[in-house]
Design a protein. Structure first.
Length: 356
């Protein structure tokens, strides 16, 4: 299957996991198993979202023509057909309009002229539901691979690219256009408004044994919009959101929580209660469990410094970059690891050959 960059990354929702007790005060935060999918259609899981007490999940290219609706035991209730043929969906989010948004951002070869956001109704699709909405978008600086879509209450989509080495770009539509005003089908222009640099850590896991890849593979916004989460193959990063919104939050200092050895983890989503779910592709093995981090919103704390009243809407400002090296960290400290380009290139070549 390709680099296992599936969608289903995510957003808000119902009373899912309401029966889980809060973690004891002062306890070290840690993920635990929620449930394990059994449907082989979820072997390429790359995105999660939560709405109305249900989990929505999707795979990436080749497996992204339908979305699975799961209960809290990971049992598939129904498959929802994607109304518009995607190319490589890498994330999911529930928008303020109550619809499910698919982030068709995958581009391992950096060859796509456009990426896309696809909107679809929840539940009723395939039962006389809408045809879907397509918004094509173009980067201002050439093609990028991307796996993280962040949607807040203002409806402005924030895309974070996936970079194996170097900083990930943060992009929004020109003029801060929201989902309701994006060109349909487009293309409409994106602008770069920031960057995020995540340093390698000593957390085990990921698709290349012994190599920690600090690439961003998924994103989510809490139901109330007060916390943004980004993940890599091995670690979770929580950013408190202040008055400046999502873009400004990504310039701040995150809290890092190590993930427990996922083979190719790419999906995260918040529940309505402030917990966070994390999922992984199977990488050819048994389907891995979906994990839950209780009280993830509370772990992020509050913004340490004042933020601007309005999010930036122009080119990236000097110094507007956050690094994993400065993140407040739980558990394992950030390692001074060096990822050799030749090792990464060889490993990724092997993975890319399995991806369309």
């Amino acid at each position: 299957m390709r680099w296992r960059e599936r969608v289903v990354a995510g957003a808000s929702a119902g009373a899912l996991l309401a029966g889980l007790a809060a973690a004891p005060a002062g306890a070290t935060p840690a993920f635990e198993e929620l449930c394990t999918p059994t449907d082989p259609g979820l072997a390429e899981l790359s995105g999660l979202a939560v709405a109305d007490g249900l989990i929505y999940a999707i795979g990436d290219s080749g497996n992204d023509d339908k979305v699975a609706e799961l209960d809290a035991q990971c049992a598939v209730q129904q498959w929802l057909p994607v109304p518009i043929d995607p190319r490589d969906v890498e994330d999911l989010a529930v928008g303020p309009d109550g619809r499910l948004w698919l982030a068709d951002l995958g581009d391992n070869g950096r060859q796509r002229e456009t990426v896309a956001l696809i909107g679809m109704a929840l539940g009723g699709l395939g039962l006389g539901g809408e045809d879907g909405t397509l918004h094509r978008l173009t980067y201002p600086d050439g093609p990028h691979d991307g796996e993280a879509l962040l949607l807040g209450a203002d409806g402005v989509p924030v895309i974070v690219t996936k970079e194996i080495l170097g900083s990930a770009g943060v992009y929004i539509p020109a003029d801060s256009a929201g989902l309701s005003t994006l060109a349909e089908p487009g293309p409409g222009p994106l602008v770069k408004v920031g960057s995020v640099k995540i340093n390698p850590t000593d957390t085990p896991g990921g698709p290349i044994a012994g190599v920690n890849l600090p690439a961003i593979t998924g994103g989510a916004v809490s139901a109330a919009g007060e916390v943004v989460a980004l993940r890599t193959y091995t670690d979770l990063y929580l950013y408190p959101v202040g008055a400046g919104g999502i873009v400004e939050a990504l310039r701040g200092e995150p809290v890092r929580v190590p993930l427990p050895g996922q083979v190719q983890g790419e999906a995260i989503a918040f529940t309505a209660d402030g917990d966070l779910l994390a999922g992984s592709e199977s990488a050819g093995g048994p389907l891995p469990p979906i994990l839950v981090l209780r009280g993830a919103v509370d772990l992020a704390g509050t913004a340490a410094t004042p933020v601007a009243a309005e999010p930036p809407a122009g080119p990236i400002a000097a110094g507007a970059e956050t690094t994993g090296a400065s993140a407040r960290s739980w558990g394992i400290g950030v390692a001074a690891a060096v990822v050799l380009g030749s090792v990464v290139a060889v490993g990724l070549l092997g993975i890319s050959r399995r991806r369309r």
